[in-house]
Design a binder for this molecule. Structure first.
Ligand code: BGP
Length: 461
């Protein structure tokens, strides 16, 4: 069978500033929260490897863009580092950063690759975190100014913008689960962080539309589909609450301009509502996106709590429901994540049926594998057939969704080159290109050649 994708389908990959640029404190860049956290708690990072150098895109972007071309990319997403562009968060531009991002954008375009630019990928400038981070409305205003500066500087050439990557991650990892700095565990503060990120998103969208630059603006969400353990009423309630808190808290406002009533009621019931100021609802209503990026790695399986948490003692979302491991699940043992290819299809059909079939694309999907050196051939190439299989099986479900009318316009892999991961450093390799950490050389893996061929044929057999 031939899996043929629509004309002009986007084939590419995604990365982020912190995970690829390196030069984390060079040429005027100030610290972001990961630079700082590594300074004070290196033991929280796998192998005690921090974000200083990552995959050296800052130095080697020209070489990397040539690789992207070899990998058949017609599109590529990265992010701008706020702490590189505006080192004090809210003041002067860093001219070296402007030169760098201009060079990257121009080089991508010169090689026939459309740049997709994201404004924030977990990397809050430290100075902004010290002013309260997303708990502060002043930081929301500074972000909106930063966004506007980006549009003004680069919007003549960049026509696909994203306000955030996975905004739920700073909420969960930074304010609920003690996984990212600032390592707070506080449900009410987490809700405020999420709400303020939504206000920041809506302000950026407003600024973008006022400039009338004739492009698209969106957001990238990790729409982890939620599956209840069973059809019993408590399991269904638990799954619905997880979905409201972890998916629809961003998906609904960015696509419908309004939060789900059920979510508002749930937050009110547990005294978790944030401070809502006059004008907020109008602002959020204006934040409806043009394009949705969907990151998909794994499903979320949910069951009711064995013993319900007493009213008044709800301190984290997991006081409302429990996660559930499906017996016999397929798993990527390196990352500990279930592999469930059909989840991609379920997300796209949900967007079609319940979200007006909004234009979207798969903005991240991929497989991190530890110890890939064992698959190196004598010529130095990684024979990563497992990655090819992973991508192919997801693309088959994506194709099925498109056949059924999904408005999905592309597929971006995480990621083109093995890169530094927030907690796992280089433990799990995700790239189509192997990065040799000792000398920074780059060698295309078997999956890279396969991916380039799929992109060229706009499909596969
Ligand atoms: C996504 C992030 C990426 C990337 C990826 C892989 O959630 O947007 O930045 O890191 O996950 O996850 P990890 O690096 O944790 O293995």
């Amino acid at each position: 069978m031939k899996y043929q994708f629509p004309d002009n389908f986007w084939w590419g990959s995604a990365t982020s500033a912190t995970q690829s640029e390196g030069a984390s404190l060079q040429d005027g860049k100030s610290k972001n929260i990961f630079d700082y956290w590594y300074d004070i708690s290196p033991e929280r990072f796998h192998g005690q490897i921090g974000p200083q150098n990552t995959s050296t895109f800052y130095e080697n972007y020209q070489q990397d863009i040539l690789l992207l071309q070899q990998l058949g990319h017609n599109t590529f997403r990265t992010s701008i580092s706020w702490s590189r562009l505006i080192p004090d968060g809210d003041g002067e531009l860093n001219p070296k950063a402007v030169t760098f991002y201009n060079a990257v954008i121009d080089s991508l375009l010169a090689h026939g690759i459309t740049p997709f630019i994201n404004l924030q990928h977990f990397d809050m400038p430290l100075c902004m975190q010290q002013k309260g981070g997303w708990e502060s409305r002043a930081v929301v205003a500074a972000y909106a100014r930063y966004a506007k500066l980006c549009f003004t500087l680069f919007g003549d050439r960049v026509k696909h913008w994203f306000t955030f990557n996975e905004p739920i991650v700073p909420v969960e990892a930074g304010y609920l689960n003690d996984l990212h700095y600032p390592c707070v565990v506080d449900f009410k503060r987490a809700v405020t962080v999420a709400y303020h990120m939504m206000l920041a998103h809506a302000k950026a969208v407003k600024n973008y539309r006022e400039l009338a630059q004739n492009g698209e603006i969106g957001i990238i969400l990790n729409l982890t589909p939620t599956y209840p353990r069973s059809d019993s009423s408590p399991d269904l309630v638990a799954a619905n609450q997880a979905d409201l808190l972890l998916n629809r808290s961003f998906l609904d406002p960015v696509t419908k301009g309004i939060y789900p009533d059920e979510l508002v009621a749930l937050l009110r019931e547990h005294n978790l509502l944030p401070l809502i100021e006059p004008g907020d609802c109008q602002l959020i209503a204006g934040g409806i996106i043009d394009l949705l990026g969907v990151n998909y790695y794994l499903p979320r399986r949910v069951q009711a709590k064995e013993v319900p948490t007493p009213q008044g003692q709800i301190n984290t979302p997991e006081d409302l429901f429990s996660f559930y491991q499906m017996p016999g699940r397929k798993i990527n043992p390196h990352r500990g994540w279930e592999i469930y290819e059909k989840g991609l299809y379920d997300i796209l059909i949900n967007l079609k049926q319940n979200y007006g079939n909004i234009p979207c694309y798969i903005s991240e999907n991929g497989m991190g594998v530890e110890g890939e050196e064992q698959f190196l051939t004598p010529s130095g190439r990684v024979e990563d057939d497992y990655r090819i299989e992973f991508i192919r099986e997801h693309l088959q479900w994506l194709h099925q969704a498109i056949q059924e009318g999904s408005n999905c316009q592309g597929y971006h892999l995480w990621t083109f080159i093995d890169c530094w991961s927030w907690l796992n450093a280089y433990k799990n390799r995700y790239g189509l290109v192997r990065l040799n950490l000792a000398d920074q050389t780059r060698v295309i893996k078997k999956s890279g050649y396969w991916f380039a061929d799929v992109a060229k044929q706009n499909g596969f057999n």
